[in-house]
Design a binder for this molecule. Structure first.
Ligand SMILES: *[C@@H]1O[C@H](CO)[C@@H](O)[C@H](O)[C@H]1NC(C)=O
Ligand SMILES: *[C@@H]1O[C@H](CO)[C@@H](O)[C@H](O)[C@H]1NC(C)=O
Ligand SMILES: *[C@@H]1O[C@H](CO)[C@@H](O)[C@H](O)[C@H]1NC(C)=O
Ligand SMILES: *[C@@H]1O[C@H](CO)[C@@H](O)[C@H](O)[C@H]1NC(C)=O
Length: 457
């Protein structure tokens, strides 16, 4: 009896102990406590490190909640940068980065069905001497730019106009101007970026204008925003000069060749106010980041003081600020956003023809080597771009022109364009020295970029 009793008695504290243990366990390790613990640990470590290396700056973008609420806030900003802006002083880079969130983030690395079916960016160039190529005629486009009109400026070999892009696994949709106009009816299509994007815009206008009667179309004068209008379709095809996407001292469409390049890494407001209401947006940026360094003027900095960073870092900040705009302003069911990847240059013929010393001058045929990639297309930059685009999921589609344009060493104007500076005799004797191996003749490669856009619309 007494033994049994004593056994029962000794069990009670054991059960109590177990109970307490379980409860303690639950309190300590339920989800909330874990978060709290992590939070605590994080703020603790943060305190231990240099505070400046942790500064994430929220970009200054209009935050329109497209699900209803309207949170437009143009903060009263420091001066808007223009070509007269200067840095009074330049400090070491503080380490500040752009921090942004996608308020509707639920789409990591999504791939659309279209892309799964066939990678239209993987393929080859096929010479097509049929009447359907080129897709438009240089001399019949009143909006042609003298920088791109290669035939007008004396180019005799015209094969460059006759190459068709053939994806390996499928066919590209056939270009059809009327069908494109139907897609654009009542809409604004806007290209935003640098001179390469402007070339694509000119190609698009030339591709489209031929089916519109002359008195039903118009072009506004060249400005920050230039607009081609087709009355009957109530549609526009526009170009906005924003070579660095974020606000900069190079935003004047004509006078932008400045020795010191200054950006506001945390602000796209100046440009976004213009592109905000477009229905279809085509962005690019790369060429203007191809220099050593860029100066930063953070919106919070008064007295015109700057920091200096490598251009690649500056570009990442610009892409992040732009990404924040897309994340907060784009409903993919209402607005389409495309990003065109880096356009390759052909500055060194030794890269495709070892031992030679020229550039794209005199090149008449594409490169045939599969997967050819020149040194001008920076791979770490491409990775960074990919990361930003993937984070935006279905809000942005990529038009990956890099590989297909790499093949086209024959597609640049070289000497067959108008040059702004007078050329002295020494240079004229050596055409390679002033050849433009960056932009593209139109008709030509940019028509195919537009065909890809048409394919995805
Ligand atoms: C393309 O076709 C034209 C005739 O239509 C011909 O004169 C020319 O030689 C052809 N070019 C090539 C490279 O085959
Ligand atoms: C023309 O398109 C704009 C949008 O770009 C729209 O607001 C307007 O109502 C349209 N006008 C007509 C007459 O359809
Ligand atoms: C620095 O430059 C800005 C203009 O960019 C000017 O308004 C300001 O007075 C200057 N500040 C100093 C301290 O020189
Ligand atoms: C574009 O295509 C190349 C291969 O041709 C690939 O390496 C790169 O990651 C692609 N870029 C993006 C942004 O998808």
């Amino acid at each position: 009896m007494s033994q049994r009793w004593s056994r029962k008695k000794s069990r009670l504290p054991l059960a109590g102990l177990l109970f307490i243990l379980v409860v303690t366990f639950m309190i300590l390790f339920n989800e909330r406590s874990i978060q709290q613990i992590h939070h605590h640990a994080a703020s603790h470590t943060q305190n231990l490190r240099e505070p400046s290396t942790f500064d994430f700056v929220k970009p200054n973008v209009p935050r329109i909640n497209y699900l209803g609420a309207h949170g437009f806030c143009f903060e009263k900003n420091a001066e808007v940068l223009d070509r007269f802006s200067k840095c009074n002083s330049t400090k070491e880079y503080s380490g500040k980065k752009i921090g942004w969130v996608d308020p509707f983030e639920d789409h990591p690395g999504q791939v659309t069905k279209e892309e799964q079916k066939c990678d239209v960016f993987s393929g080859k160039w096929v010479f097509d001497n049929s009447s359907s190529y080129p897709l438009h005629k240089e001399s019949q486009c009143p909006y042609m730019s003298d920088q791109l009109a290669c035939q007008k400026h004396g180019r005799k070999d015209l094969e460059y106009q006759h190459w068709r892009w053939q994806p390996h696994a499928c066919n590209l949709k056939r270009w059809n101007a009327i069908e494109m106009w139907e897609k654009l009816r009542g809409k604004r299509l806007m290209f935003v970026g640098d001179s390469l994007n402007r070339g694509q815009w000119i190609s698009m206008v030339c591709l489209l204008q031929s089916v519109i009667p002359r008195d039903k179309q118009s072009m506004s004068p060249n400005a920050h925003l230039t607009i081609f209008r087709a009355e009957d379709y109530n549609a526009t095809v526009e170009f906005l000069w924003a070579p660095l996407l974020v606000e900069s001292n190079s935003d004047d469409p004509v006078n932008h060749r400045l020795s010191e390049r200054i950006i506001r890494p945390d602000s796209v407001l100046k440009h976004a106010s213009k592109w905000q209401h477009a229905d279809i947006l085509i962005f690019n940026t790369y060429l203007w980041w191809r220099q050593d360094s860029v100066k930063l003027r953070w919106s919070s900095e008064e007295k015109g003081s700057c920091e200096e960073v490598k251009s690649a870092e500056g570009m990442e900040m610009a892409m992040d600020s732009w990404g924040d705009w897309v994340a907060n302003n784009v409903d993919p069911n209402k607005k389409r956003v495309f990003f065109v990847t880096m356009s390759p240059t052909h500055q060194w013929s030794r890269e495709w023809n070892p031992g030679s010393e020229g550039n794209c001058y005199g090149e008449k045929k594409p490169i045939e080597e599969e997967s050819y990639w020149g040194s001008g297309s920076d791979i770490p930059t491409m990775r960074m771009v990919k990361r930003v685009l993937e984070r935006l999921g279905p809000k942005v589609s990529v038009i990956n022109i890099t590989q297909l344009s790499e093949y086209r060493k024959d597609g640049h104007p070289s000497v067959y364009r108008k040059f702004w500076e007078p050329l002295n005799e020494d240079r004229l004797k050596n055409p390679a020295s002033y050849s433009d191996c960056t932009h593209w003749c139109v008709p030509g490669v940019p028509d195919v970029w537009n065909q890809l856009l048409f394919h995805f619309l």
